[in-house]
Design a protein around this ligand. Structure first.
Ligand code: N2P
Length: 361
């Protein structure tokens, strides 16, 4: 009996010792946003196990961050949310000495990010992208003719969007993306924090909402790819993932994505470490790994999103690098606008208006 107890004690001690030694990093990232083999390679090289969870909205991430203990070591907020969350104090400063690959980041992107994170103290850019119109080429041709859907008129004029209602329209479940682009359509400052402007944007959405099947921020990739829907207001990389999935399925679905000529929102998603992270050294190791040029290129090659690592560009496949909807040229860049954080009071109005758009109440 005594020996058995000792054996049991030793076993328990050993297993808790090996647990204590296990190196792990918990990352919470957007869905469809990484080459999964990158995580395996990271673990193989560093011995750090990766626990990878996903979300598809900044609001979901923010709810967790504000609730206190997230359990995550690395998260990926978009810039405007990052800005407010830094002010609230949910992140810890990066230890730049632990991220030598910082040198690989594009300086223009990091200086744009500095508008949200002064001095680039809390975050590094992961990916950046536009919000635009993704559509099924054949179904669009049958409804509006040969012309590309290169204007917000196709989406935000009810008489246009109604033509797509029968083949399925999705919009991102993201007030920042949808309200700002509807304001752009209305020729109102998309970054306006004025309550009356925000209401006008929401009113415009109410007029097209009868033709929208669903507000959702990740299902549209497969829905477009398998022909279940024909139009989505979505993100660039996701839309090209839809195109690629359709090609792989050889189902004769061809997906196009357009940056509307009136211009659109350009956003950045960034890597940051929550204040309560339990594995800070591992978090820095993972961030540094993701900033290696060859790793960033692999992630772009799988996700079709532009990454923030300038040194990765020679390794990004030419059809992605030369796709102006993914890596816009100077002329397109001039038409893009950014969004800044809503203050607390405006955020309340936005949330209320967004609920009105989605539920009619
Ligand atoms: C990844 C979508 C990320 C872009 N599927 C929105 N932040």
């Amino acid at each position: 009996m005594k020996t058995r107890l000792i054996v049991a004690f030793c076993a328990a001690f050993l297993s808790s010792a090996s647990l204590a030694q296990e190196k792990v990093v918990n990352i919470y990232n957007w869905s469809d946003y990484i080459d999964p083999t990158v995580l395996d390679d990271f673990t193989r090289e560093t011995g750090i196990r990766v626990v990878y969870d996903t979300y598809d909205s900044n609001e979901t991430l923010e709810t967790k961050l504000l609730a206190g203990k997230t359990g995550y070591d690395v998260v990926a907020p978009s810039a405007s949310f990052l800005q407010r969350q830094i002010q609230i104090g949910v992140y810890q400063k990066l230890d730049k000495s632990k991220i030598p690959n910082l040198k690989n980041l594009a300086s223009d992107i990091m200086s744009r990010l500095a508008t949200y994170d002064p001095g680039n103290q809390f975050a590094v850019n992961y990916m950046w992208f536009t919000t635009g119109i993704a559509y099924n080429v054949e179904k669009a041709k049958a409804r509006v003719g040969d012309k590309p859907l290169d204007s917000w008129d196709f989406v935000y004029k009810p008489e246009n969007l109604r033509k797509f209602a029968d083949c399925g329209v999705y919009m991102l479940d993201s007030p920042e993306d949808i309200l700002t682009t509807s304001l752009r359509f209305l020729q109102i400052n998309p970054d306006s924090k004025n309550a009356a402007d925000i209401r006008k944007g929401a009113d415009a959405l109410m007029r097209v909402k009868p033709f929208v099947k669903k507000f959702h921020s990740s299902e549209y990739i497969n829905a477009l790819a398998n022909g279940d829907i024909c139009l989505a207001v979505g993100w660039a990389g996701d839309s090209f993932q839809a195109r690629n999935r359709a090609k792989e399925a050889r189902n004769n679905v061809d997906i196009e994505y357009m940056i509307p000529k009136e211009g659109t929102l350009i956003s950045m998603d960034n890597l940051a470490i929550p204040k309560d992270a339990a594995h800070v050294a591992e978090a820095h190791a993972l961030i540094d790994y993701l900033l290696r040029p060859e790793i960033a290129a692999r992630n772009s090659n799988v996700t079709n999103f532009a990454n923030g690592v300038a040194a990765s560009r020679p390794l990004v496949s030419p059809d992605i690098l030369n796709n102006k909807a993914v890596y816009p040229d100077e002329a397109i860049m001039k038409r893009l606008f950014t969004a800044t954080a809503y203050d607390q009071a405006t955020q309340k109005i936005v949330t209320r208006e967004w609920t009105r758009v989605k539920t009619g109440k």
